[in-house]
Ligand binder design. Sequence first.
Ligand code: 13P
Length: 253
Amino acid sequence: MSRKLIAGNWKMNGSLAANQALLRELLAGVKAPVCQVAVCVSMPYLAQAQELLAGAAIELGAQDISAQVSGAFTGETSAAMLKEFGVRFAIVGHSERRQYHGETDAHVADKAKAALAAGITPIVCVGETLAQREAGQTEEVVKRQLAAVIHTNGHCISEIVVAYEPVWAIGTGKTASPEQAQAVHAVLRAQLVAASTLKAATTQDKRVPILYGGSMNAANAAALLSQADIDGGLIGGASLKAADFMQIIAAAQ
Ligand code: 13P
């Protein structure tokens, strides 16, 4: 099996000084990681992070990407712009963007397409709210969210990363249990396998990484990451503390 991916989502946190301190600590501690490691920083800090991470084993990610190529789209950042800063990953469809910016499944799918066209790996986030979980709709919700991305991206879905982030677990300290997470990951895995079997034969053997996100921390990472279909983590709060983030990386062995 391929290496796990541990990605930090810094969200709207950081400053030039804080980023420098955090990245220097990570660079000192993450020299030859057993897994793939990335940090997804705010747009204004891409240049700073690119410079500090040059030649390092930590890759750079953005937290969003425009579905458009260029033009009159105030406030947006295109895939080509991100490429100029060495961006390797772009988070798309994070629940905070779905919730606060009205991003629909179709829009998220278009963003994934724009990323793929530029050679950036989209980290496609899916996940149910607490109300949806309690109503027994978890499977239906995450499958619908992923289906839109599969529909729009065809055989290219073998190049994406998926992140299962139950909305009720994000920033709440309430982590999905390893069994709860694994159950949803298995559903997503089956959906991805079915889709790739229907598309090009070349994609059949490639396993799309499915990350877990939602209050993952140094204490619970190992149990989550040991599940059969959990291929890594997308970490918010705990990625802002070098020691915690490095413990999670160590747990991904
Ligand atoms: P927390 O790890 O802070 O719960 O955030 C998870 C997340 O939203 C990562 O994208």
